[in-house]
Design a protein around this ligand. Structure first.
Ligand SMILES: [Zn+2]
Length: 470
């Protein structure tokens, strides 16, 4: 019912200019986490960006508070707080490959370019603009909105952990640091360490060493091993056959200690393992075809190949595949593997849906491992799924506001394997500012935002504030 007023407010050159100028002020400050300083837990950059964010909020007439340079807050009014909007002013490093200066907000053809325009400085300004619109338009609210501007989202979110250790949660919280329309489910995490040991062996041919992966939440882009007792010519036909199946190139080099095999896959976030190509699983596929001696290391590698076959990103072979309508399938990334002369250690990263539990996930996995003498050695607990019911007032309101200003119907909440800023906040959801079909190139060179879409985000947030705080 305030749609016309809100549209009229934001569909002006003035609103556009205010938005762009505010974002530019924040982008100008390199706020990558640095060395902690006295009173600046995340270094100079994040503290400077926070000071600028608070200055902006102050200029727009909001009461602000700097909470020890962990977060800063801006209040819509002095009534009881009903809604927290959480954004962050720290950014990831700029990296290489930019066409423009990453710390200058450049406007071109309706787009903004610069580090943070989408993640998350632009969305923070959208939220603040929405609060400004509520105030400027005199829209009726009987509760407070507190914008919480964090400064450590990209390095572990210790900023809001600190803040909430001293301040209460709000009845409603959302973070514009992810996707529209609304993310109401963030899957649970299960990433145990596992392994097996054996006595050193001498029989040939055998794998004498293997390493793959570098971080458990990344699909391993590389894996390599040494096979003693075989030549490159022995391995080549098998490598070619496996490449046909997996699209992973193998590089074979013959050295004194045997043939060195390198496998190149493609990295991706563990929350979406289908986007990557798992080099460890591809290498195991090749090793399973080679005429290796029957010994402990060979049997272990075969077991791992059986439990983690190439392409199985759902945990089917491990016996934990499952899915439910609300939160989607369990996903699995076999992330790390090290084999030495006397054993192996490995780690996978599972993101599990609501239907998963100790019995059908953790215990089922441990039983599959036990069959091959593999033991879980650490990090063995499942976390919980972060879920805000799709029929809750917060989710329903945000969906409706999204539909109103995008002209879409039937917007559905999303379940993701990753975690957002509200992962540990009871009742919190993610909402915006990434629209379906638009790639903002977050964390990459040439990060971008569409000014029109940012303005649409402002409208959605304005309406959401009014509806949630009426
Ligand atoms: Zn972010």
């Amino acid at each position: 019912m305030y749609q016309e007023k809100i549209n009229a407010y934001f569909d002006t050159p003035e609103a556009r200019e205010t938005l762009v100028k505010a974002i530019a002020r924040l982008v100008k400050i390199n706020s990558v986490r640095g060395e902690a300083q006295p009173g600046k837990p995340f270094g100079e950059g994040p503290a400077a960006a926070l000071a600028e964010g608070l200055a902006l909020a102050g200029e727009w007439g909001f009461q602000t508070e700097n909470v020890e340079n962990y977060v800063g807050t801006a209040d819509l009014n002095d009534k009881e707080t009903r809604l927290h909007i959480l954004g962050h002013l720290d950014v990831v490093g700029e990296g290489k490959g930019w066409d423009t200066d990453p710390y200058t907000c450049v406007e071109k053809d309706g787009m903004l370019y610069g580090r943070g325009v989408s993640d998350d400085k632009g969305p923070v300004v959208c939220a603040l603009m929405a609060m400004k619109a509520v105030k400027d338009l005199g829209l009726p609210v009987n509760a407070n909105v507190k914008l919480v501007m964090g400064t450590d989202e990209e390095s572990g979110s210790s900023d809001i952990a600190y803040y909430y250790s001293k301040h209460p949660y709000a009845p409603y919280s959302f973070t514009p640091d992810a996707d529209f329309p609304v993310i109401n489910i963030e899957k649970g995490h299960y990433h145990p360490d596992f392994g097996k040991t054996w006595a050193a062996e001498t029989v040939l041919p055998r794998v004498t060493e293997l390493t793959g992966g570098f971080r458990f939440n990344v699909v391993p882009p590389e894996a390599q091993c040494v096979v003693a007792g075989l030549t490159a010519a022995d391995v080549k036909p098998h490598a070619d056959a496996v490449t046909n199946q997996t699209r992973t190139p193998f590089t074979l080099t013959e050295e004194k200690d045997g043939v060195h095999i390198h496998c190149a896959g493609k990295n991706a976030h563990a929350a979406s393992p289908d986007d990557g190509i798992n080099a460890i699983c591809a290498l195991l596929t090749l090793l399973a075809r080679l005429p290796l001696a029957d010994c402990e290391s060979t049997r272990a590698l075969q077991a791992l190949h059986t439990l983690f076959p190439f392409g199985d990103t759902r945990g089917a072979a491990l016996g934990i595949a499952q899915s439910d309508e609300e939160s989607g399938p369990l996903t699995l990334n076999f992330a790390l593997l090290t084999v030495t002369d006397t054993g192996f250690t490995g780690k996978f990263d599972v993101r599990f849906p609501l239907c998963a539990n100790e019995d059908n996930c953790k215990k089922a996995c441990e039983a599959s491992f036990a069959h091959y003498g593999i033991a879980v050695t650490g990090d063995e607990n499942m976390t919980t799924v972060h879920c805000v019911p799709s029929d809750s007032p917060l989710v329903q309101t945000l969906l409706r506001c999204y539909e109103t200003y995008t002209g879409t119907t039937n917007a559905k909440p999303l379940a993701i394997g990753g975690g957002t800023y509200v992962h540990d906040i009871p009742g919190g959801v993610a909402c915006g500012c990434q629209f379906p079909g638009f790639d903002p190139k977050m964390h990459a060179p040439n990060e971008q935002a569409s000014i029109d879409l940012l303005l649409t985000s402002c409208k959605i947030f304005t309406q959401a504030i009014v509806e949630l705080c009426q």
